[in-house]
Design a protein around this ligand. Structure first.
Ligand SMILES: NC(=O)c1ccc[n+]([C@@H]2O[C@H](COP(=O)([O-])OP(=O)(O)OC[C@H]3O[C@@H](n4cnc5c(N)ncnc54)[C@H](O)[C@@H]3O)[C@@H](O)[C@H]2O)c1
Length: 277
């Protein structure tokens, strides 16, 4: 299998934390990248890449940017819990623009989904990729909608997509919950690479987590793309296992602190409304 795509790749969210990692490493691997973000690109634009500032809410701009691309790495948008009106344009309207561009270009979408699509499962429940969504806020709802949009564009238009339910991808393991959800930057880059280069994917969900012994998640579509994580949060267990909050809601659920934002139930939600299969 080739080690780089034959056609250019569009990367949204290029100026963000993960976008910058992907731009740097994929360009260094010889990929031809079309980078975009609503904010300026903060680094020197790597060789083999070009950068265009654009808003995901601008459908015409997104169609233009996707011209000639066979893969869209969709990492742009609101990446934290915010009021619905702030999430709407980047994550709902923007996602629709991404899929329309993918349909027109016959491109594959690799979507940065999130563990916040399933944040209201208790931490002792082991989830497979076909579990019901239990989003923990408007941000999580926007990611669940993004995955459903992928399902529909595959069934209706044959647009392939890989939905990466990313846990916590950051430079360090900085609390106890991250011991369960950590995705190293190196594992992320390998995951995105395999999701792009695998010959056929259909529509897949893959848990974006390294090989963490305290992980919450089980089966997914990784075998289809030939990816397995190589890193682990485990070396940080002694340092971070006791690093918990004093919020019972935060510590009960997989989504952690996001579950507490605007939380107004007197009692915890029922344990298994949607039992995982
Ligand atoms: N970092 C993680 O641990 C993690 C976990 C789960 C999911 N994700 C997802 O991965 C992606 C990247 O995450 P990140 O940590 O780099 O987030 P980030 O906030 O650093 O990057 C997101 C980028 O999207 C851009 N953006 C926001 N609104 C936009 C708009 N209207 N038009 C164009 N660009 C816009 C921002 O300017 C930013 O550069 C996000 O979609 C996020 O939801 C990340």
């Amino acid at each position: 299998m080739a080690d780089r795509p034959a056609r250019p790749v569009l990367l949204t969210g290029a100026s963000g934390a993960l976008g910058r990692v992907l731009a740097r490493t994929l360009a260094a691997a010889g990929w031809s990248l079309q980078l975009t973000d609503i904010l300026p690109f903060p680094d020197p634009v790597p060789a083999g890449a070009s950068f265009t500032q654009a808003d995901l809410a601008d459908g015409v701009a997104i169609l233009r940017l996707a011209e000639g691309c066979r893969t869209i790495l969709h990492f742009g948008g609101v990446s934290v819990e915010r009021p619905f009106t702030e999430v709407f344009a980047p994550n709902f309207l923007g996602l629709y623009h991404i899929y329309e561009a993918a349909r027109r270009e016959k491109a594959r979408v690799v979507f940065a989904s999130s563990n916040h699509t399933i944040g209201f499962y208790e931490r002792d429940v082991r989830l497979d990729h076909d579990c019901q969504f239990r989003p923990d806020g408007y941000y999580g709802v926007s990611k669940a909608y993004g995955e459903l949009m992928g399902r529909m564009y595959w069934d209706k238009h044959g647009v392939e997509n890989v939905n990466l339910r990313i846990g916590g991808s950051r430079p360090k393991v900085d609390d106890a919950r991250t011991l369960s959800i950590y995705l190293s930057y190196a594992d992320l880059v390998r995951l995105v690479t395999r999701a792009t280069l695998a010959p056929h994917v259909g529509t897949l969900v893959i848990w974006g987590a390294s090989n963490n012994s305290r992980g919450f998640w089980g089966k997914d579509g990784r075998d289809v793309i030939g990816w397995a994580p190589e890193d682990s949060a485990d070396p940080f267990i002694p340092e971070q296992a006791g690093n918990v909050s004093n919020s019972p809601v935060e510590e009960r659920y997989q989504g952690g602190r996001y579950c507490t934002i605007g939380y107004s139930r007197a009692e915890p939600s029922p344990r298994e409304i949607f039992p995982p299969r």
